[in-house]
Write a protein of this length. Structure first.
Length: 137
């Protein structure tokens, strides 16, 4: 694990949330992106060496829609940057972590991603992120 890459926050209204985080962080979102395979729209803010990712569902079957229905808005996941996602998944499985997607998916912000089940990490959904171009800083 190299660093906390970002913290994902589930929101109901992206425009309202972007305004709040622009005020909070003193900077506007630098990137908005749809991840159609996950039914989500994202917006990223820089915060030092890490990022905040706002997540809004684009349909009612989206994992984000289900999360908000069950738990309300708030922190959805913590993402960690990794150099080699395949070896990190193998290591974590050997440590007893439950992996939700064995094969990395293409996520937002030019990343390959794998999620760990929250029951493996005291109720926190963990995302592993590897830069597709492997140019992580």
């Amino acid at each position: 694990m190299k660093k906390i890459e970002h913290i994902g926050i589930a929101v109901k209204d992206m425009e309202k949330a972007k305004a709040v985080y622009k005020s909070l962080l003193g900077e506007p979102s630098y990137k908005t992106e749809a991840v159609e395979s996950e039914g989500v729209s994202t917006s990223f803010f820089k915060c030092g060496d890490s990022k905040i990712e706002l997540l809004e569902a684009t349909n009612e079957n989206s994992p984000i829609a289900k999360f908000i229905e069950k738990r309300g808005e708030g922190i959805h996941h913590i993402a960690f940057a990794v150099s080699d996602i395949d070896s990190e998944v193998k290591r974590l499985k050997s440590e007893g972590f439950r992996v939700l997607n064995e094969m990395p998916k293409i996520g937002a912000d030019n990343k390959k991603v794998v999620f760990l089940h929250p029951k493996s990490s005291h109720g926190v959904l963990v995302e592993l992120c590897e830069d597709i171009n492997n140019n992580e800083k």
